[in-house]
Design a binder for this molecule. Structure first.
Ligand code: SF4
Length: 282
């Protein structure tokens, strides 16, 4: 423990990292976590992927100023912070086990940055119990604090928080998307890509070209792959084909493993107090 003479607080050397994604949920979680962990060494960290909308950096800057809370930007420089570098290197876009961009550009960057003793804040909301479960299953070595989930905050609460701060919400939300993923997220389905085609034709065409170059389509139906340049404009439904949030968690686990562990994890969640879930020694 060391003395912080400025605030008159006894500060802990234990680091708290709040993973800021430029989405409303992680912003609210970061704000609450800073209040909760006043006596810790607190860092808000954003992992940049260049395919995210450029308005994200405007949002980040507004948040920093409004909340007097600096945000550190990190990322995978070797991959030029780009999903296209990852896909080209892997000759693969996504499969049943997930998308390599999340693993390389988010999960691996988080792992390189974290220390075992860190407390890590993830902005999952009340609606995202399944993601909390999957995270715990896939990341037993992380001391995670799901501050929004534990306090029962919803996605709507997070958007309201941003509005109350008098900050413009990120452009992707204004356009009707449910999160701030890359512009053209490979986890989205046909209806989602048809909206991307309208809102961001360059991003759509770039992904369509990549699909042909590496011979791998994001979407498929009962007849096989459906390449973006063959996708009919009336296929899919936007609301049901939206991608899930992309985070630092990489919570994917195999369906079988998930089934086996779900009951066990649910018990753990019900038993534990709303606080840090300390890592388990293996
Ligand atoms: S938002 Fe989508 S495309 Fe971007 S890194 Fe995450 S999974 Fe990949």
């Amino acid at each position: 423990m060391s003395e912080d003479l400025t605030l008159g607080l006894v500060k802990s050397n234990r680091r708290v990292i709040s993973w800021f994604s430029c989405g409303a949920s992680s912003a609210f979680a970061t704000y609450l976590a800073r209040e909760k962990y006043l006596t810790h060494t607190f860092e808000a960290v954003y992992c940049r992927v260049i395919e995210e909308h450029s308005d994200n950096l405007r949002f980040l800057s507004d948040f920093e100023i409004r909340c007097d809370l600096p945000i550190k930007i990190i990322g995978d420089e070797r991959r030029n912070y780009s999903i296209f570098d990852v896909f080209n290197a892997r000759r693969f876009i996504k499969g049943p086990t997930g998308a390599p961009c999340t693993t390389v550009l988010k999960k691996n960057v988080r792992k390189a940055y974290e220390k075992l003793s860190d407390i890590q804040i993830f902005g999952y909301t009340k609606e995202e119990g399944n993601r909390v479960e999957r995270f715990l299953d896939a990341n037993s070595s992380v001391n995670a604090d799901f501050i929004l989930f534990d306090e029962g905050y919803t996605k709507k609460d997070c958007i309201e928080f941003i509005k109350d701060l008098n900050i413009e919400i990120p452009v992707m939300y204004k356009l009707g998307y449910n999160n701030n993923n890359c512009v053209g997220c490979v986890k989205g389905g046909m209806g989602y890509w048809n909206k991307i085609r309208v809102d961001f034709p360059d991003a759509f065409n770039k992904m369509a070209k990549l699909e042909r170059q590496i011979g791998h389509a994001i979407n498929k139906d009962k007849n096989g792959p459906v390449f973006l340049d063959d996708l009919n404009v009336d296929r899919g439904r936007f609301k049901t084909d939206l991608p899930s949030d992309c985070g630092f968690a990489c919570e994917w686990v195999s369906t079988e493993l998930l089934k086996k562990r779900t009951k066990e994890i649910r018990k753990l969640l019900l038993k534990e107090p709303a606080n840090v879930r300390e890592r388990t020694e293996v």
